[in-house]
Write a protein that binds this ligand. Structure first.
Ligand code: DGP
Length: 114
């Protein structure tokens, strides 16, 4: 298992602006927000990238997205709409190798993304 800054946040070893947590997932504000709302939802389990996810992670990955939807409702962006993004590996824009879902909202989001 790899350890990253997100693993340390999940274990409470370094601070983050926590929005939500349960036994499987932790959500906290991105340090470099790309929208008025930019929250990261991570599993407590360290999975480096989506490409590393295994069939036994299916339920956990479902929980991550349900947590993202719950957080979107909690912070008031669900009705207007939002985007969830999972970057995978270098060309996908991934810089922290602990699987995470970006939750972006609070403004109209362009498509396609850059
Ligand atoms: P990605 O590029 O998809 O791997 O996204 C990583 C995101 O993590 C990026 O938007 C910036 C954010 N980030 C990096 N380090 C920290 C940190 O120490 N704390 C918080 N809250 N966010 C971080």
């Amino acid at each position: 298992m790899t350890d990253t800054i997100f693993g340390k946040i999940a274990r409470g070893e370094i601070p983050a602006d926590l929005i939500y947590e349960d036994e499987d997932c932790v959500a906290f504000r991105d340090i470099s927000p790309q929208a008025p709302v930019h929250i990261l939802i991570i599993p407590r389990k360290s999975i480096p990238t989506l490409d590393h996810a295994q069939p036994q992670d299916a339920e956990l990955i479902g929980k991550l997205f349900l947590a993202a939807a719950a957080v979107a409702r909690q912070v008031g962006i669900a009705d207007n709409g939002y985007r969830t993004v999972v970057n995978c590996n270098a060309a996908g824009g991934q810089t922290v190798f602990h699987l995470h879902v970006h939750l972006l909202g609070g403004r109209s989001l362009g498509w396609p993304p850059g």
